[in-house]
Structure formats: C-alpha cells, structure tokens
Ligand binder design. Structure first.
Ligand code: NAD
Length: 507
C-alpha cells in the first residue's frame, strides 16, 4: 500500500505584523497568532510572536542605544518629543483607524484614547524642567549638596488590548524623555498601532534602537521579566498577570509597577440629579463596550435614588447604537474576541440564575451576527456573592446594587478587592468631601464618572489594582523611570587638609 503524503500546509496569504527592532520593521522567525477584526469576526492579519532570541535582540538593540541616548541633551530629547507630538496630531485619524480595525472601538473613542495619550507626550516634552534636581549651597561649611536623577537603562513596557495606543504612550513618553531606552511588548490582539507610533518617533528623530517593539505572548513577557539587562518593567493588564509580573520581575531584581484590573463602583445618593447621574452611568459603563479599566461596572443606588435611577438608565439603553466602530453612527462597538463576548454573555445567564433581575438584556441586539457584538445590559438587584458582582466582567454590563445608606454603600466599595476608580453623585458638598476622605480607592470622581487623572497627576489604583508603589505617568512616572543620586562636594584649600577619623557632621 502506498503511503499518502499529507498535503503541505499552504503558506498564509494574510498580512504579517512584524516587530520593530533597531528602527526597522523586522519579520519574526517563527510562531504567529491571528489578529481579528472584531466587527466582522474575520481574521485580517497574523502577528509575529517573539521567541527568546528575538526578545534578546530587542534588548541588545536597546542596550546598545542607551549610552548615546542618555548623553543626548535634554533640549534635544524634548525637541524629538515635540516633533512626535506634531506627528501624532497630524496622523491621528490614521492611528485611530488602526485602533478601530483591530480593537473594535468607535473612531471617536479611538480619537479620545489618542488625545489622552497625547497629553502624556506633551507632559514629557517638559523633561528639562522635570529633571531639575535640588541644590543646597553650604550644607556644611564649604560643602554643597545636590541631587540628580538619572535613567535606569533598558526598561520594558507590557500593555493590554483595551488601550493599544494610550497605555504605551503613558509609559514610553516619560521613559524615553528621562533617557532610558525602551522595549515595548504590546497586546498581541491589536498590535498594529504601536508600529505606526514607532515610525512616527523615528520620523521625529528618535535614534534607532532607543524604542523597540516585540510582539508576543507569555514567552516574550517571561524573557523580559528575567532578562538581566532589563532594569525595570511597567505593566498594565489583568490582576492575575499583574501580580505574576510584579512577583517575577522583582524576584529578578527589577523595579516593577504593575497595574491590574478593576471593579469601579459609582455611588448615587438620594439627593443627586437623577438624569445627570443616569447619563453619567450610561456613558461610563458602556463606552468602549465596557472594556475600560475605569468603566463604571457597579452602580450603588442609595435609598430612594434606586427606582428612578434604574428607570432612567433603562430608558437610555435602547437608544444606544451598537455597530461597527468605523460606522460614524455607532456609539458602541464589538468586544475584542468571540471568547470574551461569550464569557460576558455567560455572566448575564448566571445573574438570572442567581436571582438578579436582567432589566435590559444585551443578549438580544441588532448588530451584525458575525461580529463579536453584545448589547448594553442592565442588571438590577445584584448582591455580593453573585458572579456578576464579584468578578471583573469587562463588557457592556452594568450591575445595580441597592443600598439603604451611604455607610452601607461605602462599606461595599471599601471591602472590594479592587481599588482603581470610584465616583459619587450628589449635590451635597459635605457628603462628597467625606467620601473623598473615607474611600479606599486610588482615583475618585465627584460627579465625574471616569476620573482618569490629567497627565500632570499620576494614574494608579489601590489594592489589587496596582502592584508596586509608583503610579503611572505624570510625576510618579518620572520618578519610576529614574534613580536619584545625591552629590556632596567641596573644594577645600589643600593647605587646610588634615586626617580626621571622626564621623563627618554638618554643624
Ligand atoms: P491581560 O492581562 O490578558 O494582558 C496584558 C498583557 O499581558 C498583554 O501584553 C499580554 O500579552 C500579557 N499576558 C497575558 N497573559 C500572560 C501570561 N500568562 N503571562 C505573561 N504575560 C501575559 O489583559 P488584557 O485582557 O489585555 O487587558 C484587560 C485587562 O487590563 C483588564 O483586567 C483591565 O482592567 C486591565 N487594565 C487595567 C488598567 C489599569 O490602569 N489598571 C488599564 C487598562 C487595562
């Protein structure tokens, strides 16, 4: 009997998304992963997944570029960032289109993401000012003391799918401004926009090797976490991976900041303007299909606020237009993958079984069936212990928990394992001020549902939403990407010199 040879697998005709090493697009050497258009459900490209040797190439390139980059003057670094800023503005529609194509969010939302990322570049343009040290003349007689901040070397950034441009910009703007070289490992689910960011930086004058982009999965992340030449790691993603990255990176001697997941509660007090609170809850819960770490996922309706608020939210949801992100009439796009959409749908199924009330059911919608769409869902009478309350869902599902008092609502916020963002809606300034004092959450909104701080503050949650002690971007970003050195100097007359074994004192 003749053996039948298996038919050779035809080479893929899909476009390949390569790495960016030493200032050039660089094809990968092996494994790839499909990249989908979530609005159509179709595979549209393959992204290269780096193996250990490819990550090593990126780190080697970054290491080689470091000495010259750290010697580059502050004003030149600032000039390059200004040039980058101009290019980001000029190309924002192209960047937004790439985000929508792979992530699914609407074009307007992608432009919003870019605008918030841009703020970080503008902040970093001020690096000559940001890196000014302190100087104490005459700390002791004839002795001056001053402090300087120096870059760490090669630093790595590992980023999530939900903000494929903004989160890389949170990291790399400050890291590069401070004189570090950078290896970025973006999400493998929507990787393309980072290549355009790298190209724009090159056009603006960034020397080759200062920024490298390696696509990949756990293999690439693990190599970055253990590579002896990587000095620090910034991570943004889900809590289990954030904790893993923090523990593994610090065990290997690295400075690590790892931002994790969230379950953001919005308290609505009985005195709040119900229409204003309902508009805010809908905007914050369903924008970007709920795939935002600062999305409101739980409304805590206090006392008499509950019934009118649930009605007001429910009334708004059928009017939300769900559809492809590149359709200008869509307000909410699809979820990132089919598996994630099905997982989110599973939470709605379970909520019903667990006794909650599905007031608006997003499982029924009119968006294209082949895309990864789910409609806006509102679940009332949710309780702690139900899966839809306990887990981060990361989809267009808003849970309402009814609380009798402010104290009961506050206890729920403070006993939640996450502490990323929260908000209170009220007309009572005293109540809001008390909340700001009481609440154990890193970012607080008062009548502001998505309180993402401006770039000159820093972004970070508490508890399981952040591992490490430095928040991201803003002043804490500059602190994270530099280390301090203090110089004590004197210029004595040699004629006065003598041996003195006493411990130096200053008086
Ligand atoms: P994720 O944790 O799955 O992935 C984040 C990064 O980690 C990606 O680059 C991915 O390739 C890598 N990764 C995934 N699994 C890994 C593993 N086992 N070992 C090593 N690396 C691994 O997160 P995601 O799904 O891309 O993003 C959504 C999550 O990110 C949500 O939980 C959201 O709340 C969170 N998030 C948090 C913030 C924040 O600022 N706190 C901001 C945005 C997103």
């Amino acid at each position: 009997m003749t053996q039948v040879e298996p038919a050779p697998i035809p080479p893929s005709t899909l476009p390949r998304i390569p790495h960016w090493l030493s200032g050039a697009r660089t094809p990968g050497m092996g494994r790839t992963q499909n990249v989908y258009n979530p609005a159509t459900g179709q595979v549209q490209a393959e992204v290269d997944l780096a193996d250990v040797a490819e990550v090593d190439r990126a780190v080697t390139a970054a290491r080689a570029a470091f000495p010259a980059w750290r010697e580059t003057s502050l004003s030149r670094r600032s000039e390059i960032l200004f040039g980058f800023r101009e290019r980001l503005v000029a190309r924002r529609d192209d960047l937004a289109r790439l985000i929508t194509l792979e992530h699914g969010k609407t074009h307007a939302d992608a432009l919003g993401e870019l605008a918030r990322g841009l703020e970080n570049v503008e902040f970093a343009c001020g690096v000559p000012h940001l890196l000014k040290g302190g100087y104490s003349e005459g700390a002791s007689r004839g002795v001056d003391v001053y402090s300087i901040r120096q870059p760490l070397g090669v630093v790595a950034g590992i980023t999530p799918f939900n903000f494929p441009a903004m989160v890389p910009l949170w990291m790399l703007a400050n890291a590069l401004a401070c004189g570090n070289t950078f290896v970025l490992k973006p999400s493998e689910r929507d990787p393309s926009v980072t290549l355009l960011l790298a190209e724009l930086l090159k056009e603006a004058g960034l020397p080759d090797g200062v920024l490298n982009v390696v696509h990949g999965d756990k293999v690439a992340v693990d190599r970055l976490l253990t590579h002896p030449d990587v000095a620090a790691v910034s991570f943004v993603g889900s809590t289990p991976i954030a904790q893993y990255v923090y523990e593994t990176g610090t065990r290997h001697g690295k400075r690590v900041q790892a931002l994790g997941g969230a379950k953001n509660h919005m308290i609505v007090l009985p005195d709040a303007d119900i229409d204003l609170a309902a508009d805010a809850a809908v905007s914050a819960a369903y924008g970007s299909a709920g795939e935002r770490c600062m999305a409101v996922s739980v409304v805590l309706a206090v006392g008499t606020a509950a019934d009118p608020l649930v009605d007001a939210i429910a009334e708004r949801l059928p009017k939300l237009r769900v559809g492809p992100g590149d359709d200008a009439s869509s307000e909410m796009g699809p979820l990132i993958t089919r598996e994630h959409r099905d997982r989110v749908r599973g939470y709605i199924d379970r909520a019903e079984q667990e006794g909650a009330q599905v007031v608006v059911d997003g499982r029924i919608h009119s968006a294209p069936a082949e895309g990864f769409f789910l409609g806006a869902t509102l679940i009332d009478r949710v309780q702690p212990g139900m899966a839809c309350y306990d887990d981060e869902i990361f989809g267009p599902v808003l849970c309402v928990v009814r609380a009798d008092t402010y104290a009961e609502a506050l206890t729920l916020v403070n006993s939640n394992p996450y502490g990323n963002g929260t908000a209170i809606f009220t007309r009572d300034g005293g109540a809001a001020r008390q909340f700001q004092f009481d609440v154990e959450v890193g970012m607080v909104g008062i009548n502001v549902p998505v309180p993402v701080p401006v770039a000159y503050y820093s972004f970070g949650g508490w508890k399981a939403s952040l591992f490490g002690d430095t928040h991201m971007y803003g002043p804490e970003g500059v602190q994270f990407y530099t280390r301090a050195k203090v110089v004590t100097s004197r210029w004595p007359d040699p004629a006065t010199s003598r041996v003195d074994l006493g411990f130096p004192t200053t008086r």
